[in-house]
Design a protein around this ligand. Structure first.
Ligand SMILES: Nc1ncnc2c1ncn2[C@@H]1O[C@H](COP(=O)(O)OP(=O)(O)OP(=O)(O)O)[C@@H](O)[C@H]1O
Ligand SMILES: [Mg+2]
Length: 284
């Protein structure tokens, strides 16, 4: 199964979510591949790959100079493999932008290696680039992280619409696995209000698990470790373990979560965790 973690908004925890969910799934014995689609290489650096060792990378695959299998590397987390990104991905955008069929380059490149994995997670870049489109076209489903604030709420609907419409124009319809609330800061009333607003508006399409602000999540990338290696007891580690479990449950469910109509009563998905149950210890 291929899942794109995507949003054209920047800084909403796409990379943190992709890396942490990938590591959590590997931690429960799944075979997982994380593909870094962002020329900033944040996911690759977060997993401890030095900038000087990013090659070979995804750009080599997409530009046709290497098969995907030749670029896969293992990570410090057992069961978690990685395809790195680099600034070379900008060349893919520039050189291939006008060529027909280029939006399917990633899908085609991953096809031969996909059977090796239970899950492939795509860390998408924060824009509407050809790479972001490649992520959606390659994906069976997608996850949209959102930070609960006014501007994010305003942009969510057009963002979801674009995430469905763009790949549909290329003959594929990835399913919305869910919207995940990230960097939630319950110390502010504004965040609480926006969480409620998003849940009322989007209903079951929103994951029950929320990822609260957690300094350990912000510190982990610099150490080159996943949150589970860095601080497995932190609130961030606990929350991402739960999110991975909820993602698994949703991926197995035949039903697509529907976005609710305004005013509809919110029903929680049948997952034994409420956001509240994560407790205030996450506010560290
Ligand atoms: N729950 C959290 N608590 C505290 N800090 C967080 C949390 N989630 C992410 N961060 C931090 O916020 C910043 C942005 O997160 P991240 O890089 O995952 O977002 P992104 O959506 O991938 O950004 P970009 O759009 O640039 O790719 C990073 O410094 C990250 O460490
Ligand atoms: Mg990122």
């Amino acid at each position: 199964m291929i899942t794109a973690v995507t949003s054209r908004k920047g800084g909403v925890s796409k990379t943190t979510t992709a890396v942490s969910v990938a590591a959590a799934l590997a931690g429960i014995g799944k075979r997982v591949l994380l593909v870094d689609l962002d020329s900033q290489a944040s996911a690759s650096l977060s997993l401890g790959v030095p900038r000087s060792a990013l090659f070979p990378c995804l750009a080599d695959i997409l530009m046709g100079s290497r098969p995907a299998a030749d670029t896969i590397r293992s990570t410090a987390t057992l069961g978690l493999d990685l395809i790195t990104a680099s600034a070379d991905l900008q060349s893919f955008e520039l050189q291939m932008g006008g060529q027909p069929g280029r939006e399917s380059a990633l899908k085609e490149a991953l096809a031969p290696i996909a059977p090796r994995y239970d899950f492939i997670l795509l860390d998408c870049p924060p824009n509407q680039s050809l790479l972001a489109l490649n992520g959606l076209v390659a994906a069976d489903n997608f996850v949209v992280p959102i930070v609960p604030n006014y501007l994010a709420v305003q942009s969510l609907e057009p963002l979801l619409w674009a995430a469905k419409r763009l790949p549909a124009a290329h003959g594929v319809r990835p399913r919305l696995l869910g919207i995940v609330l990230t960097q939630v800061d319950y110390r502010t009333r504004s965040a609480r209000d926006h969480v409620n607003r998003i849940r009322e508006r989007f209903g079951d399409a929103v994951f029950a698990v929320e990822i609260r602000i957690n300094v350990r999540l912000a510190e982990a990338p610099e150490s080159g470790q996943t949150i589970f290696e860095f601080d497995s007891k932190s609130g961030g580690a606990k929350a991402y373990r739960l999110l991975a479990a909820e993602m698994l449950m949703r991926a197995r469910a035949p039903e697509v979560p529907k976005t609710s109509t305004p005013g509809r009563k919110v029903t929680r998905v049948g997952f034994p965790t409420t956001p509240q149950s994560l407790g205030r210890t996450d506010l560290n």
